[in-house]
Design a protein around this ligand. Sequence first.
Ligand code: UGA
Length: 448
Amino acid sequence: MKLVIIGSGYVGLVAGACFSELGHSVVCVDNDMRKLEALKSGIMPIYEPGLERMVVANMAAGRLSFTDDLGAALVSADAAFIAVGTPPRPTDGHADMKYVFAVARAIAEKAHGDLVVVHKSTVPVGTGDEVEQILNAAGRRFRFSVVSNPEFLREGVAIGDFMRPDRIVIGAEDEWARAVVSRVYGVKGFEGTSVLHTSRRSAELLKYAANAFLAMKITFINEIADLCEAAGGDIRDVADGIGLDSRIGRKFLNAGPGYGGSCFPKDTLAISKTARDHKVQLRTVETVIQVNENRKRAMALRVLDACNGSVRGKTIAVLGLAFKADTDDMRDSPAIPLIQALQDFGATVRAYDPEAMDNAQGIFSHVTFCDDAMDAATGADAVVILTEWQEFRELNLLKLRSRVAAPLLVDFRNLLSEDAAVASGFDYWCIGRKNSALDLLGRPIAAE
Ligand code: UGA
């Protein structure tokens, strides 16, 4: 089939690469000429494992191309996927649909025949209806039908999530559109994958509901982690214990510094606003948003606690800046409020991330960006692990100990073994357990 993907951001690019890998002929359309030129030379605008190889191979095979010419791309197209951004509006937090609607107008103007238009972007319920109205209002003689086909990709493992999804959701309002999108996925590789056919509105809603539920799961385990710290207990055992219940499941029960990224913060806000517009209040989701924001800010206070109440004049090494591992994405990263607060409290920050340094440089000022973890830790009064990169799991702790000015390790991802950290001479602070620097009654043990 010939597929056109409009928007070569995270979702569009991964979808385009994967659809071409599955054998479809794919044209990706974007209006950012610099991005297009880079892509044509095999340079990816984002860091995503496996993406570059897939894009380059499929371009070479003639199945994937990039252009700014929507009209030319739409010639003989079976379906056009809209995958442009829906950022929160600064005024009210609603998902901003202006890019989606602009694309709809452009498709209506440039289509060459009947066309199924598919939403891949996460869009508020009812957007499909509006896009269909825009398409039909253009007065072309063609038949347009809009389908919601939300993606459930996680950054860092997006290729795997696309090629081996838990489910494919097709929200269509007529048989023609349903059949076209079913054919897109009816290819070798997707046999056995659950395909859920729903109404368009259900598909739009369930994407938000999925992200809100996952954000709630994380927020719940983060609060239980706080309780473990206060009451005694180990959040990893608690998560394992409840996760073995098949009704709950162990995934997304890793306590940490609070969720970030381009999806959960934006989508939880958007679904709660949408609900209010429909005179429904999603109290659980609104609470999740609040608890998570507070948590991200409170992480700096934990570093202060570990540093005997003050970081003024101290040097803090922050390992990990991206909102999670295997991405260079800094959007809503817990690193942002943490570093800002540490600086406000008078600390000097040295930072390192394997992939996100370029993006981070545009966000922070007065941060020393370092070559690697050992470099960042040199002369530090505390080392803070913020992102769960594999290379931090494999840190040589004895070497790290020899670099720091004070042996204080704050592990916000529970990445390291406490025994190994203590054996290497560190006071070890983590999430959801009593800290090694406290005695059994919770009293600080004086550092050497
Ligand atoms: C999320 C969803 O997981 C995807 O299914 C969805 O398609 C995507 O949003 C989207 O809407 O586009 P993503 O934001 O890439 O994917 O990353 P996640 O792996 O879900 O992580 C989100 C945040 O939750 C990160 O800050 C991560 O560190 C945090 N997290 C995740 C935890 O703190 N604990 C966990 O157990 C899992």
